[in-house]
Write a protein that binds this ligand. Structure first.
Ligand code: CA
Ligand code: CA
Length: 203
């Protein structure tokens, strides 16, 4: 091998290494499905089981907060939660999404609240922010938001440990007004879903 070909060969190896080391994104599981056309705040405002959360029409105030599907996947490091809506966020108005799980708290209150907040009129955000709010431990952990997806480090909660099961899954979409979380209001809740399927973490 002469001196001219050596750098090219080295470059080829360098390019191949990241490909060999990368893994396919975990295949998501749909845990919640919700009809289109019901983001009109005609629901229980997140205070119930969502059984009246699918009132379709006549006025659908928001396409970005019209929940259609919630997908979850995980790998050893993270839990990935994707909020699929009629139109992807952000919206003109400040909006947000919540997936809640594990109604193991006092009076059936939900311990885990995975929340995403997007910049828009009525709030002071420059970029989307996310958090895991655990009402049972009192801890709040900031988490990454990538478009409609929350990337939650499993180390953030014991409830995301090996082969844990997330139960009572239910989602809300809301108008977010305020400076930045945890300040502000998540009201009105424009769309809610019924309780979906449990999700068992793989690994
Ligand atoms: Ca609904
Ligand atoms: Ca909907």
């Amino acid at each position: 091998m002469d001196r001219k070909t050596l750098p090219i060969a080295t470059l080829c190896v360098a390019l191949m290494l990241p490909l060999a080391g990368s893994k396919a994104a975990p295949k998501p599981t749909t845990v919640i499905e919700d009809p289109a056309g019901d983001a009109n705040a005609l629901n229980d405002q997140g205070n119930g089981d969502g059984s009246n959360g699918d009132v379709v029409g006549p006025a659908d105030a928001s396409s970005v907060t019209d929940l259609l599907k919630i997908d979850i996947s995980n790998d050893a490091k993270n839990l990935y939660i994707t909020f699929l809506t009629e139109t992807a966020p952000p919206a003109t108005q400040g909006v947000g999404f919540r997936l809640r799980a594990n109604p193991d708290g006092a009076g059936g209150s939900y311990c885990l609240n995975f929340e995403a907040f997007y910049p828009g009129a009525g709030n002071a955000l420059d970029a989307a922010v996310g958090q895991l709010r655990d009402t049972c431990t009192g801890e709040t952990t900031e988490v990454e938001v990538l478009g409609p997806m929350l990337v939650v480090p499993r180390a953030a909660s014991d409830a995301l440990g090996k082969k844990s099961v997330l139960t009572g899954l239910q989602a809300h979409a809301f108008i977010y007004l305020g400076s930045a979380p945890p300040a502000g209001t998540t009201y009105p809740v424009t769309d809610t879903t019924k309780v979906g399927k449990d999700y068992k973490l793989k690994k």
